[in-house]
Design a protein around this ligand. Structure first.
Ligand SMILES: *Cc1c(COP(=O)(O)O)cnc(C)c1O
Length: 371
């Protein structure tokens, strides 16, 4: 038998989260962001649940091909645009819309031979200083694109650096609006944080919004707000089993480096999940975990293939008992990925994307819902 660790994707939760972010911006069209293989979930596994989106946004051409192979004929946006001239052939043949964020990409486009005009999202750098034209150069970039025969339609987009924090989006939004105000074309703004925190007060107005993480049941501004606050549900559960039990006496230690020392006699469960599965080694003693749907804590250091848990609150647990590292237990208890990520000093995004290939996915058609 293979090791008992598995990942479960919950289609009903994906659908419900999509519905939830739609409510945040009911008048905008919505790109479901599926970069990084749908935040580690697998594009093929989320596709059906996200069919109600208006388009899919990603940045890897191989992933764009997979979307077309699934039969998606609607809009697909390449968030970083093309990396080399050859990529433009695929944009033409697969009808991919693409971001243009620098002069090099305009140059490539001007040399591209195509029968079909391309749909471009011209990216403005409104303060993030990652990709995009600064306000002063946006107009000339637009003018250049506008006279290229290769270009059919130009839209504008920008990306917020602080939608999840106290700085907010107002200054960047004002820059974006000022720089584009008299130019024709649709506008795209707003990741999950901007949508959930700022769309309701009309701080962001956009024809297209681009949520990612919220669709996957992780709060973009945890710990200020958790997924329950935002009405989101876990979409990915990582579950394994107890494969060993130790009765530890007061004063004894658990695991490498003797990092945990028992203060009193206790039962310790050993779980088939380690950092080689993508569970963060940084998680210290006390990281929340579910045993048989009951919340308990990890003990000591995470090793490559195993970790230890405190069985004090779960006296019936033993060999073969289910353990949920994050997500929803088969009994329906939820443990948001954000709590585990926080214990590891990171964010839900990283944990989702870091699941290792040795963790096999299991279809969850029963769709365990969080309580
Ligand atoms: C990843 C990404 C998003 C989605 O961000 P989330 O925080 O996951 O909602 C939106 N826009 C761009 C340009 C991105 O790269």
């Amino acid at each position: 038998m293979p090791r008992p660790i598995h990942a479960f994707v919950h289609p009903a939760a994906l659908r419900q989260n999509l519905e939830r972010v739609r409510q945040a911006a009911p008048n905008s069209r919505l790109w479901a962001v599926v970069k990084a293989n749908a935040y580690g979930h697998g594009i093929e596994r989320v596709f059906d649940s996200f069919r109600a989106a208006d388009g899919f946004a990603l940045l890897d051409l191989e992933e764009a091909k997979r979307l077309r192979a699934l039969g998606w004929r609607g809009p697909v946006l390449l968030l970083e645009g093309v990396f080399e001239t050859r990529d433009l052939e695929l944009c033409s043949s697969l009808d991919l819309w693409h971001v243009v964020h620098c002069d090099d990409q305009i140059e490539m486009l001007s040399r591209h031979k195509t029968q079909v005009g391309h749909r471009i999202f011209l990216k403005m750098n409104s303060g993030m200083n990652r990709l995009g034209f600064p306000a002063l150069r946006l107009r000339s970039a637009w003018a250049r694109l506008n006279q290229l025969p290769q270009v059919d339609e130009i839209s504008f987009m920008t990306h917020f650096s602080d939608a999840d924090g106290s700085k907010g989006v107002a200054a960047q939004m004002a820059q974006f609006e000022l720089a584009t105000q008299d130019l024709p074309g649709e506008r795209s703004t707003s990741n999950s944080a901007a949508l959930l925190r700022h769309a309701s007060d009309n701080a962001v107005a956009a024809d297209w919004v681009r949520p990612g993480i919220a669709l996957y049941g992780s709060s973009p501004d945890f710990p200020e707000h958790d997924i329950a606050h935002w009405g989101l549900q876990p979409t990915l559960s990582l579950r394994s089993q107890i494969i060993g039990v130790q009765d530890v006496q007061a004063g004894e230690t658990v695991g490498y480096g003797s990092a945990f020392k028992a203060e009193h006699a206790m039962r310790v469960g050993v779980v088939a999940c380690g950092y080689a599965d993508g569970y963060p080694r940084h998680c210290p003693t006390g990281t929340p975990i579910l045993v048989d749907g009951v919340r308990t804590r990890t003990l000591g250091r995470v090793s490559m293939d195993m970790l230890a848990v405190d069985l004090t609150p779960c006296s019936n647990a033993g060999f073969g008992t289910e353990v949920t590292m994050w997500g929803v237990s088969s009994k329906g208890t939820a443990l948001p990925i954000d709590e585990v990520a926080q214990a590891a000093g990171t964010v839900g995004y990283e944990l989702m994307c870091a699941l290792s290939s040795r963790v096999k996915f299991v279809d969850d058609q029963t769709a365990n819902q969080a309580e």
